[in-house]
Write a protein that binds this ligand. Structure first.
Ligand SMILES: NC(=O)c1ccc[n+]([C@@H]2O[C@H](COP(=O)([O-])OP(=O)(O)OC[C@H]3O[C@@H](n4cnc5c(N)ncnc54)[C@H](O)[C@@H]3O)[C@@H](O)[C@H]2O)c1
Length: 248
């Protein structure tokens, strides 16, 4: 089977980075994307040492011209697009709604919602007419569970799951599968920012059935699986990778 051509947004840190490494180890051709050229080139060098063909394309997912260019550069370099992982996202400011700002709400939704919308728009364009394609949007436990203090982030991730299911339906039996992976608390810089202190972290971890954070490799493994032909009958679903959190 030909190697998969994989595109990952927000790939320079955390879950995106681990996913790039996991795909590289599987022999995929990987296009990593993000907003920082130096980190992008460093990651490409690392992926090449794993034997993968890899490229960095700079893209801020809130700008349609940059997203269009990312998809077009991927197809120009590797001839097709098999897998797209729409991972770029951030939590923004947290706190009760009466203290929340329009600026923060718009910024979080621009990246987490508009970014996923724009990414899928151009990825579907590129995948249309191929025999198959897989889009994986990164949601969150908070894509289907509320968290006090998270109006902007929670609503943005609920929207990601709505977008995922809508585009999955639009694609029907086209061969393009569209799914979301919903991480629970995962050991990245974002989780450190989100929890803010050891006390808050420990309190949150105590509510997770596994009593620990997930690690980025555990997320990457789920993303690789749902992108693969092993998941050929799965579309429009949300795969929780959260140590049992969604069952609480
Ligand atoms: N870590 C967790 O506990 C957790 C839990 C649930 C969901 N998630 C989701 O997982 C995804 C990855 O997060 P992470 O934990 O690896 O954090 P992270 O901060 O390490 O990774 C997010 C990446 O997205 C990039 N990014 C942000 N805005 C962007 C934009 N406009 N354009 C391009 N890139 C942009 C960041 O620079 C960063 O590299 C996010 O969508 C996040 O919401 C994380």
């Amino acid at each position: 089977m030909a190697p998969q051509v994989v595109l990952i947004t927000g790939a320079l840190t955390g879950i995106g980075r681990a996913t790039a490494v996991a795909f590289a180890k599987k022999g995929a051709k990987v296009v990593v994307s993000g907003r920082h050229d130096d980190k992008g080139q460093a990651l490409v060098s690392e992926l090449k040492t794993l034997g993968a063909e890899a490229e960095f394309v700079r893209a801020d997912v809130t700008h349609e011209d940059e997203v269009r260019n990312l998809v077009d550069q991927t197809v120009a370099r590797f001839g097709r697009l098999d897998v797209a992982v729409n991972n770029a996202g951030f939590e923004g400011e947290l706190g009760p709604i009466q203290d929340a700002t329009v600026e923060n709400f718009k910024a979080v939704h621009d990246t987490n919602v508009l970014g996923v919308f724009l990414s899928m728009k151009h990825e579907v364009r590129a995948m249309t007419g191929q025999d198959a394609g897989s889009i994986v949007n990164i949601s969150s436990t908070y894509g289907h569970k509320a968290a006090a203090g998270g109006t902007a982030y929670v609503s943005s991730k609920f929207a990601v799951e709505g977008l995922t299911k809508t585009v999955a339906l639009e694609q029907g039996n086209s061969g393009i599968r569209v799914n979301a992976v919903a991480p629970g608390l995962t050991d990245t810089e974002m989780a450190d920012r989100f929890t803010g202190s050891a006390e808050v972290n420990d309190a949150l971890v105590s509510t997770i059935p596994f009593l620990r954070r997930g690690n980025t490799e555990e997320l990457a493994n789920a993303i690789v699986f749902i992108s693969s032909s092993e998941a050929s009958y799965i579309s429009g679903t949300v795969l929780d990778v959260d140590g049992g959190m969604s069952a609480t």
